[in-house]
Write a protein that binds this ligand. Structure first.
Ligand SMILES: [Zn+2]
Ligand SMILES: [Zn+2]
Length: 216
């Protein structure tokens, strides 16, 4: 059951979710210390998808677009590095990167870091996600556009001056009305989500090959 407060339990008791995947959410704690908890997103929208959760109660309740000041960002950056290293390790365990340029510059070209302009959860969280959007959990236009339009505020654009005045309007503009644009080649799929999904699979398979060694 989707619940806006679902991330609080990881902030309060990260040790409970350390070794095992939470059967309710599919999430798993991959790192925690006194300041931050890192979890895998239980509904990953790409091959690798991690959430960084600051534990400070005040920060956790703040709006992600305005709370991540330069000072807070500096404190978060070591944790982003941990998330990125984890992602590279996991991704390359699962897939061989065929494209030479991508392979050399995986961190820059294949990972995006940022927050949603209108967050869906009560607790402030930072998304660290691979840019393949190749996942069975990516099920609709809203899912895709939340990472592939300006609904996603990139790390280097934070903080924004103001949080959105009208959440509904922002969601309409970026999630519902915005065309579906392929993140690899820029092809426009308008509202055709199923066609985009097929296309993303082709784009993915051109660049990555399943690492069969791992399945042994
Ligand atoms: Zn989010
Ligand atoms: Zn494409």
């Amino acid at each position: 059951m989707f619940w806006r407060g679902a991330l609080q339990q990881y902030i309060d008791h990260p040790e409970r979710f350390e070794a095992l995947t939470d059967p309710n959410s599919g999430s798993c704690v991959i790192y925690h210390d006194s300041k931050v908890v890192l979890i895998t997103d239980g509904f990953p929208k790409a091959v690798e998808h991690i959430l960084i959760l600051p534990r400070n109660p005040l920060l956790s309740k703040s709006h992600p677009t305005t709370a991540l000041s330069d000072n807070v960002k500096r404190k978060m950056e070591p944790y982003i590095e941990i998330a990125i290293d984890y992602i590279v390790e996991q991704f390359t365990k699962k897939y061989i990167i065929l494209d030479k340029n991508l392979k050399e510059d995986f961190k820059k070209k294949l990972i995006q870091v940022g927050v949603h302009r209108v967050p869906s959860m009560n607790n402030l969280h930072i998304h660290v996600i691979t840019k393949d959007f190749y996942s069975a959990r990516l099920k609709n236009k809203k899912h895709y556009n939340s990472f592939n339009t300006n609904f996603f505020v990139k790390w280097h654009d934070l903080p924004l001056q103001n949080k959105p005045l009208d959440n509904k309007l922002v969601e309409k503009e970026y999630l519902r009305d915005h065309d579906l644009i392929c993140c690899y080649c820029g092809m426009n799929f308008t509202n055709k989500f199923a066609k985009l999904k097929e296309h993303l699979k082709v784009e993915f398979n051109e660049r990555f090959e399943s690492n069969t060694m791992v399945t042994l």
